[in-house]
Design a protein around this ligand. Structure first.
Ligand SMILES: Cc1ncc(C[n+]2csc(CCOP(=O)(O)OP(=O)(O)O)c2C)c(N)n1
Ligand SMILES: [Mg+2]
Length: 649
């Protein structure tokens, strides 16, 4: 068989086995392969996929996409919803087909989510060099564009000889299925090698199970952490995505209920507790709730669980103002467990560590004063959100109202998707989550354009989940709806996977918020004294060479979606926008599965911001300037800088 045939057959035989709470879950690691064909893969991986499809369509289903980057986003969405038990392989042509994957690779690695990238490469034999799309570097003749994946991947290899296939894939999949290591795994496949025949040992093509490692916490680490918790007056948990990947939300709820310690959550951690859980403070940090931020400011012990402490989480290290604050970090990845100079790292699976901590903390409870403060702060923030969700602005609503309407119209198990713009911050602080799978905002890379393909990837996982439940005798009507919330800027950057959803008749609901530009960066720019420069979508004023002052563009994104075969519901500006939007989402939800994507187009006022987090984010302001607005902003910036903690690591 050829190298490409061996790759396809091998990938069809790989399974993950995940033991959670004594139950084994076995899934196909790679349930399908995406591919956009060109020279490089058309006759290699393409031929192999065709051959296996003819033999058995379920062996390695092939999926199309319209853009390579978007295919990675789909794989990432799928991987997040399946809690890293499954992902897709992506085959590309050489040159631009490969390099289009780079942003996706960076996104996957930053988010610690597995994707298997199989970019094609130029001839290993160099027989026809330079081929179409080949990069030539005189200083390093062995370089190809695929070397650009090295810094963005958690594993990189190039199969320059057929025999290297075995070790490349064995070690690639080791990284792909390792919770502490995972991210983009890139195996570069030169086009001549893909088509070359070799003898493949039977062992390579046998079914293989990859057990997802869930390491126990060491007893000494737990004892030291428990002692630190017992000694703390104002402890606070910061729960991140790692809690969800470890299925630790129940143990976390138990921990909070047992000890009374409140919980703030990161973007990736939304869903660890339902929004109205007594001990949940909701979002923490720059896009946090005032409740979480008020408690964080006084906390003397932060128990970080499954968090990488991104600057939004720590409010650029201004969130913790107690001079004696220390950290316990529970994380499967040593990189995160050792952050903030802690001397109490616990390198372990979050669920397993919490089981042990819960046992070690018997009888311990925080003081009544903390409970009272948590209750009061929660009440204050809930009232703020109630007010923000209240319908007030006409004819153009505030984004807050749109979020409120979407939240009300969606059911607990439905999933909201987002990635960039003003929505992620607003959703983080205000979204009332009720299910651990109910919220997916890609905010490690916050990549414009992720929303639609990422949402499609989540919907694919949801459909597979429903098919499995049906096969096990469940009710097919339980399919979660996936609702993508996307701004006009992100939509314009990457909406073409809508065509993929049309082709596969996938019911994906998209709420598109048209505010003619970048509300998010506009507001940031204004706060930094840069006067919203370059953040509006306006016609060019040639005299001023400005895009800020001209007329609004005659762009109709609803028509654009319609032209791609999407069913579109337009919400016209006016008194009833919010009621109509809510109804439109309910109508979209009522459409049957298999009826294709639905886009709801609504306009919004970009100048009506979300309620304040009473927090900060470090974005440097020009130290000297000719603009008064910048000089003023620098004063405020310097004030915030003085509160920044110089935490180690
Ligand atoms: C690929 C990429 N380029 C640039 C940015 C920086 N950025 C973040 S949000 C944003 C604007 C998003 O506009 P839109 O989707 O309309 O959302 P809005 O800000 O209007 O809510 C930009 C340019 C980014 N996050 N990703
Ligand atoms: Mg916008």
């Amino acid at each position: 068989m050829t190298v490409a045939q061996a790759v396809v057959e091998y990938l069809s035989k790989q399974y993950t086995v995940d033991n959670v709470g004594g139950v084994d879950y076995r899934e196909r690691l790679i349930p399908g392969t995406f591919g956009i064909f060109g020279h490089g893969n058309v006759a290699g991986v393409g031929q192999a996929l065709k051959q296996y499809q003819q033999q058995d369509p379920s062996l390695m289903p092939y999926y199309q996409g319209r853009n390579e980057q978007a295919q990675v986003h789909q794989a990432v969405g799928y991987a997040r919803h399946t809690r890293r038990r499954q992902t897709f392989a992506i085959s590309t042509s050489i040159g631009p087909g490969s390099s289009n994957l780079l942003t996706g690779a960076a996104l996957a690695t930053t988010n610690r989510l597995p994707v298997l990238l199989l970019p094609s490469d130029t001839f290993a034999t160099r027989v026809a060099d330079p081929v179409l799309q080949q990069l030539e570097q005189p200083y390093a003749y062995d370089l190809t564009v695929n070397d650009a994946f090295r810094p963005l991947s958690k594993f990189f290899d190039r199969v320059s000889r057929p025999e290297q296939l075995f070790s490349a894939f064995h070690h690639g999949l080791r990284v792909l299925t390792d919770p502490a290591e995972t991210g983009a795994v890139t195996i570069s496949l030169p086009q001549d090698v893909q088509a070359e025949a070799l003898d493949v040992p039977e062992e390579f093509l046998a079914e293989r199970e990859w057990r997802i490692r869930r390491p126990e916490a060491e007893d000494d680490d737990i004892a030291r952490a428990a002692a630190a918790i017992r000694a703390a007056k104002r402890p606070l948990v910061i729960a991140g995505g790692g809690v969800l990947y470890a299925y630790a939300n129940d143990e976390l709820a138990k921990f909070a209920e047992l000890t009374g310690i409140p919980v703030g959550n990161t973007q990736a951690g939304v869903g660890v507790l339902p929004w109205d859980h007594k001990h949940s403070l909701g979002a923490i940090g720059s896009t946090g709730t005032t409740a979480a931020n008020a408690i964080a400011a006084e906390a003397d012990l932060i128990i970080g669980i499954g968090t990488r402490y991104e600057d939004f989480t720590t409010a650029s290290r201004t969130a913790f103002q107690n001079p004696d604050v220390t950290f316990i970090n529970i994380n499967v990845a040593p990189l995160d467990a050792y952050k903030h100079g802690t001397s109490l790292p616990i390198v372990a699976d979050a669920r397993k560590a919490l089981v042990k901590l819960n046992a070690a903390l018997g009888g311990y409870r925080t003081g009544a004063d903390l409970a009272e403060k948590v209750a009061a702060e929660k009440k204050r923030w809930d009232a703020t959100v109630d007010q923000a969700f209240d319908t007030r602005y006409t004819p153009l609503p505030a984004q807050n109202e749109i979020i409120g309407a979407t939240n009300r119209a969606m059911e607990a198990a439905d999933v909201v998707i987002c990635a960039a713009g003003s929505l992620p911050g607003d959703l983080h602080k205000m979204w009332r989550v009720r299910d651990p799978f109910g919220y997916h905002v890609e905010y490690a890379y916050s990549c414009m354009g992720y929303e639609i393909p990422g949402g499609l990837g989540v919907k694919r996982a949801v459909l597979a989940e429903a098919a499995r439940a049906t096969a096990a005798g469940g009710d097919r009507a339980d399919v979660r709806d996936v609702v993508v919330m996307v701004g006009d800027g992100s939509y314009l950057m990457m909406h073409t996977e809508l065509v993929t959803a049309v082709a596969e008749r996938i019911k994906l609901i998209v709420v598109l918020i048209q505010n003619h530009g970048y509300a998010s960066i506009g507001s940031l720019s204004e706060s930094l004294g840069s006067q919203r420069f370059g953040t509006r979508y306006r016609a060019l004023d040639e005299e001023q060479h400005s895009f800020d002052t001209g007329e609004t563009l005659p762009v109709d994104l609803a028509l654009n979606a319609e032209s791609l075969g999407v069913k579109v519901i337009r919400i016209e500006p006016g008194e009833k926008v919010i009621a109509e939007l809510e109804q439109a989402i309910r109508d979209a939800k009522a459409a049957p599965e298999g009826s294709g994507p639905i886009l709801i187009h609504v306009e919004s006022d970009p100048l009506l911001d979300a309620p304040s987090s009473e927090s900060w984010w470090d974005v440097p302001v020009a130290q000297v300037s000719e603009l008064d607005s910048t000089t003023q902003a620098y004063g405020a910036y310097a004030d915030h800088k003085s509160r920044q903690r110089k935490l180690l690591g």
